[in-house]
Write a protein that binds this ligand. Structure first.
Ligand code: SF4
Length: 216
């Protein structure tokens, strides 16, 4: 199974046509939102780690799931490791304590959006981490850079089901040769592919030739 990028889930829920234009046709675009998004990610663009308040913070962590066929990167993953106990040390094969808790953190430039795409992308990251670490992950966080607020996202059954259903629908969509037709909708306002997609053109009536009988 060809792995899909985690970010394709986000694009697909934003607009199916956008996902197809990006991941089948290879089109990319830039607008104020993509530029602000790049700035918002500067703090987590490069791999590294630090410790804060008992958590280990792993930046730009590569993620994968062989089971789901997903690959990508988490902006940040916060982990806790097991305490070292003298009695355990002798039995450890590694001198690195095992990870007992983890939560992905997704950086976003603006406030929460009306669509559930960010939550699904975060949940997909958690599913990858669960497979990589052999842990159950109950919740993650979306960090809104503009307000410096962190919103918790619970990975409950409905969100897990929506994430898996979205992945199935994404895979089915991307094997179709043609992108779905453009449809002007609220998402188009912030879409970096608008100048290529031209959704306004979809609402323009096609010109028709006059019928011969019109030439009387
Ligand atoms: S401009 Fe609108 S229809 Fe076109 S890809 Fe973007 S969101 Fe989709």
């Amino acid at each position: 199974m060809e792995p899909l990028p985690l970010s394709a889930l986000n694009d697909f829920l934003y607009c199916e046509r956008r996902a197809h234009l990006k991941f089948v046709d290879g089109l990319r675009g830039t607008n104020e939102h993509t530029l602000l998004g790049n700035l918002a990610h500067e703090a987590v663009d490069h791999p590294g780690y630090e410790h804060r308040a008992g958590w280990e913070l792993l930046r730009a962590l590569p993620l994968y799931s062989d089971t789901l066929g997903l690959t990508g990167k988490a902006d940040l993953v916060e982990i806790r490791r097991a305490d070292f106990h003298e009695s355990e040390i002798a039995n450890l094969k590694s001198d690195i304590p095992r990870i007992v808790e983890a939560r992905p953190v997704e950086y976003k430039k603006g406030p929460a959006r009306r669509w559930s795409n960010d939550q699904v992308q975060l949940c997909a990251q958690a599913l990858c981490l669960e497979e990589m670490l052999g842990l159950r992950i109950e919740a993650g966080l979306i960090y809104h850079v503009a307000s410096a607020k962190r919103d918790e996202v619970a990975f409950d059954s409905p969100l897990r089901s929506l994430t898996l259903a979205t992945l199935d629908a994404l895979r089915a969509s991307l094997i179709r040769p043609n992108a779905p037709p453009a449809l002007l909708k609220p998402q188009c306002d912030g879409c970096s592919l608008r100048g290529i997609c031209l959704p306004e053109a979809a609402s323009v009536r096609r010109a028709v030739l006059f019928e011969p009988r019109d030439y009387t």
